[in-house]
Design a binder for this molecule. Structure first.
Ligand code: ZN
Ligand code: ZN
Length: 371
């Protein structure tokens, strides 16, 4: 079958929109008609080359759509099901899944992070050459073929463009507060970075009942949305930021400091911005190979905890539907997170807008019935 998709042929180049060949689903695989796919920094890291990946590649890992066809042996979904795609599919059988950390499942990590299905090949091809699919997904395509474990069924009454956000930014952010750090009611917290992940950490803190939620961003224009989502205070990054954070957190620092960008300097700031006995949560995905300078001597003496949060420590099967239930109840705000909707042919504009730092989340949306 022919499908239109965004294709990354070489790093440092724009995405190209091309017709690709898509194979039928193999055993335990599912063809999904994509309805929306979020514009996330991780795909930009592929384009810039800071994430190394075999090319050519179909990017996109924050997708939602409708199951169109299933291969042999598929038991988890059926045609017509609405699904959010998970970029960390869980086998439910490995050491990590049995330990209750399905976000760390290692069954599919090697092939899917290499852009292929577990038996070693991708399902897209361009001019006779195989085309890899990011995270085993490749959701910047009208249709894709993924593992059944990557498909999380959701209720049909949630719009699929809203639901797509749960596939990465919302889970990563809300999960960091509720699942990784398990922030308690009455806590104080600072959130460094108000992009798609940081704004959702703010929401997660509000849901946890944190009473001081200090949001920080380099752009003052993020203040209104941060406050709408739950921030009780806002600081624009600048000189003397650490002092300004401490001034607003009893002179000690916050109980929790979340880093939501993925830069070594902000990771260090998160460490300094939490009080003695507090917790720094590193939720932004820093480029592979980067390192931050966290002082071991102070970690001991000040009894600070440094936590990594990967995909918000969520159990996608449990938490994607749970998050969408909270959306339905009006507890989780998703509509105002969407700053813009772009057609597939405008994907490079969508990434340019993301890089300005002014948007919360943009979506590439697909027609309900692409020809
Ligand atoms: Zn993402
Ligand atoms: Zn597993």
């Amino acid at each position: 079958m022919q499908v239109r998709a965004a294709l990354l042929l070489k790093t440092q180049q724009p995405f190209h929109i091309e017709q690709l060949e898509l194979e039928e689903p193999h055993q335990h695989e599912v063809r999904v008609r994509i309805r929306a796919s979020g514009v996330c920094h991780s795909d930009y890291h592929l384009q810039s080359g800071s994430t190394k990946h075999p090319l050519p590649l179909v990017p996109g890992h924050e997708g939602a759509g409708v199951v169109e066809a299933v291969g042999p042996g598929v038991s988890r979904v059926k045609p017509g099901d609405h699904v959010v795609l998970s970029w960390a599919p869980a086998c439910r059988q490995c050491f990590y899944c049995r330990k209750g950390s399905p976000n760390l499942c290692d069954t599919f990590v090697k092939p899917l992070w290499a852009g292929v299905m577990p038996e070693g090949t991708p399902r897209f091809a361009y001019q006779g050459r195989p085309v890899f699919q990011y995270c085993g997904l490749g959701s910047f395509a009208e249709r894709t073929v993924v593992r059944e474990e990557s498909c999380i069924p959701i209720a049909r009454d949630v719009p699929l463009d809203i639901a797509a956000l749960v596939g990465c930014a919302v889970s990563t952010g809300v999960g960091a507060a509720l699942r990784t750090a398990r922030v308690e009611a009455g806590a104080s917290a600072v959130v460094l970075g108000c992009g798609g992940v940081g704004l959702n950490i703010v929401q997660g803190l509000r849901m946890a009942g944190a009473t001081t939620i200090l949001a920080v961003d380099k752009l003052g224009s993020k203040e209104d949305l941060a406050r709408k989502l739950g921030a009780t205070d806002f600081l624009q990054a600048g000189d003397h930021l650490l002092e300004a954070i401490r001034e607003r957190t009893g002179g000690r620092g916050a109980d929790y400091a979340f880093e939501a960008v993925g830069t070594p300097a902000l990771q260090r700031l998160a460490f300094d911005a939490c009080r003695p006995g507090g917790t720094a949560v590193l939720a932004g995905l820093a480029p592979m190979g980067s390192a931050s300078d966290l002082p071991g001597s102070r970690i001991t003496r000040e009894e600070k905890t440094v936590m990594g949060s990967y995909y918000g420590s969520v159990d996608a099967e449990r938490d994607f539907p749970w998050l969408l239930d909270r959306y339905r109840e009006g507890v989780l705000e998703l509509d105002s997170l969407i700053s813009g909707r772009f057609a597939l042919g405008q994907i490079n504009e969508a990434y340019a807008a993301m890089l300005t730092g002014t948007v919360a989340r943009s979506l590439v949306v697909f027609a309900a019935d692409p020809s």
